[in-house]
Design a protein around this ligand. Structure first.
Ligand code: ARG
Length: 581
């Protein structure tokens, strides 16, 4: 509906251009917003105010000219000027009801599908040297939700799990793996099942023994020069580490598969070429023996240049080097229109620098959009980065186990008589959903405080609240399974019906916002409001005890569309619904 009004306004502007009131080459960004107060209609635009300068008239006068030039439209009931020159649109109620009927019949809830794009989404991307920890949660969950939304809109999405599977720490790990196996194969297998401990033990060996450290460094060199034996060891190690990651993905219901893994090592063969190319283009400088790029745009507070390091003095390549190669691949081989990076905000400077450099060096097609979708830190109750009691990193697996346990207690307290198997089934969904939803519902760019109490509460914008709201709506149909709705029609008569109808009609707008800005929290806020609008409707408008048969059926359809919208919205967030809880 929003884009429909925008198109009406564009037509009106064309008329004003023909009349010479505004210049023909003028391109306006037409903003249309939902109104907060329904006495001002459903949508409003400030377009007239934007035009005062170029049309040299007062805004109310321009607003009238625009209104006079709007084409006739059956969906708009009336248009009014308000305040200093806002134009308010009142949507025709039948048109709204028809829109809702269409949404009910359509798999895509009646949204208009945008032009299809190829979109690469770089997310999760943990470092394989260690086990996944809570720092990877946000990237994994937010990225996966945006992926689902993009696919729902019909885009071609290419997932890229840019894992850290290369670099000097692998020498240490391989040396330790070799040493352990020589001593005791079983022991090695066991230690590898806990990568955190394995990493720590390897680090201890590295620090205590010079002989070990030398061996580790040699192994890195052999690995990077393609030595068969080292590569085999390395593959074995990564395989174990990736298996840990995929166990977590399965548990979280995240859609990444092994085919989506394309880590830093995948670009190894192209790194020399990246350096050569940058050199040919005159972009490289020397700094203490290292090859670096200085860009005028990047200086620190003291005005000193901040370089991107491309190759170390010892010949080793860096994180930025593989990102350069990855951008080239994504632009020129995958042919992406957009590349979205779901990576911690603390890497913002890195991405600004490499994006800029990729453009200067023509590594990417000019029309490619590179977008760092940064996110804030997950903090503990003390407002500091989330840690275990002893100050260590929190393993994702432990966190999910605790969520499960707490969810089980919660569900049991609500259903003391439910049998254990069913309790566990429900608790699994509630536990995982709560962790995911707590993350998704916060603005991506802010830090947030991780709290089991808050995320497992039935009050407020939480997973339990929404899952429960869904079971309530779905419950209406259980009690009325035999009602034939084939000839039913939605009629929006009561205020609460209109209010709910208006909310339901906004799904497409919210979806567009979610994918354009990579903001699942917009969808969360919407679903929360939708559930609230349904509650108010349900309190004020009896469904099964409605006054007439038509009214009952209309209300059933409204409830059905609410259930469908809630389910779809939650699905895009990667959250399963339940029939009872
Ligand atoms: N492995 C990196 C980390 O854990 C994230 C990689 C993000 N993707 C990228 N193309 N740089 O910090």
């Amino acid at each position: 509906m929003k884009s429909h009004i925008q198109s009406l306004l564009i037509q009106a502007l064309d008329v004003l251009k023909q009349q010479g009131i505004i210049p023909t080459d003028f391109e306006a960004r037409i903003q249309v917003d939902r109104t907060k107060d329904k006495t001002h209609g459903d949508f409003a635009t400030n377009l007239a105010m934007m035009l005062t300068k170029i049309a040299r008239k007062n805004p109310r006068e321009i607003a009238q000219l625009i209104i006079d030039s709007l084409p006739q439209d059956s969906q708009v009931e009336k248009v009014e000027i308000a305040g200093p020159g806002f134009i308010n649109f009142f949507i025709d109620e039948d048109a709204l009801a028809n829109q809702l009927m269409a949404a009910l019949k359509d798999d895509h809830l009646g949204i208009s599908l945008p032009e299809q794009q190829t979109i690469v989404v770089d997310y999760s991307s943990p470092n394989l040297a260690k086990e996944m920890h809570v720092g990877h949660l946000r990237s994994t969950i937010i990225g996966d939700s945006v992926v689902r939304a993009l696919e729902f809109q019909g885009h071609k999405v290419i997932r890229q799990n840019h894992v850290g599977d290369w670099g000097t720490q692998f020498g240490m790990l391989l040396a330790y793996m070799e040493e352990l196996r020589a001593k005791n194969g079983e022991q090695a297998q066991m230690e590898l099942s806990d990568l955190e401990t394995f990493y720590r033990a390897a680090k201890v060996r590295f620090d205590e023994s010079e002989e070990f450290a030398v061996r580790a460094r040699k192994l890195v060199v052999s690995l990077q020069s393609g030595d068969e034996y080292c590569n085999k060891l390395w593959r074995e190690f990564n395989d174990i580490s990736l298996k840990h990651c995929h166990d977590v993905y399965t548990r979280l219901g995240v859609s990444l598969t092994r085919e989506d893994v394309r880590g830093e090592s995948a670009y190894n063969a192209e790194l020399a070429e990246v350096v050569k190319e940058l050199d040919t283009q005159g972009l490289l400088s020397e700094s203490n023996g290292a090859k670096v790029v200085f860009q005028d745009e990047f200086k620190n507070k003291e005005g000193e240049p901040l370089p991107v390091i491309i190759q170390k003095a010892d010949g080793g390549y860096l994180y930025a080097t593989s990102d350069m190669a990855a951008m080239r691949y994504r632009s020129n081989v995958l042919n992406a229109d957009r590349v979205l990076y779901f990576v911690d905000l603390r890497q913002a400077l890195h991405f600004q620098q490499v994006f800029k450099l990729a453009r200067k060096a023509n590594f990417v097609r000019p029309e490619l959009s590179l977008e760092h979708m940064g996110f804030g830190t997950m903090n503990g109750a003390d407002g500091r980065p989330f840690k275990t009691r002893s100050g260590g990193v929190v393993k994702l697996v432990d966190l999910l186990n605790e969520a499960d346990t707490r969810a089980l207690e919660l569900v049991r307290s609500k259903n003391p008589d439910m049998d254990q198997a069913e309790l566990e089934k429900i608790a699994k969904v509630v536990g995982i959903s709560s962790v995911k939803y707590a993350d998704l519902s916060k603005n991506r760019t802010s830090d947030y405080i991780f709290s089991f109490e808050q995320m497992l509460s039935f009050e407020g914008n939480t997973a339990p609240y929404l899952l429960y709201a869904y079971t309530r709506v779905a419950g209406i149909f259980k009690r009325a399974a035999d009602i034939d709705l084939s000839d039913a029609k939605i009629v929006l008569a009561h205020d609460k019906e209109k209010n709910l109808g208006n909310k339901l009609a906004q799904f497409g707008e919210v979806l567009s916002r979610m994918v354009a800005k990579g903001q699942p929290h917009a969808m969360c806020a919407y679903l929360f409001e939708l559930a609230g609008a349904f509650s108010s409707f349900y309190e004020a408008c009896p469904v099964l005890a409605a006054e007439t048969e038509e009214q009952k059926k209309s209300r059933m359809l409204i409830a059905q569309l609410t259930a469908k919208t809630l389910k779809q919205g939650l699905e895009l967030l990667g959250i399963e619904t339940l029939d009872r809880m």
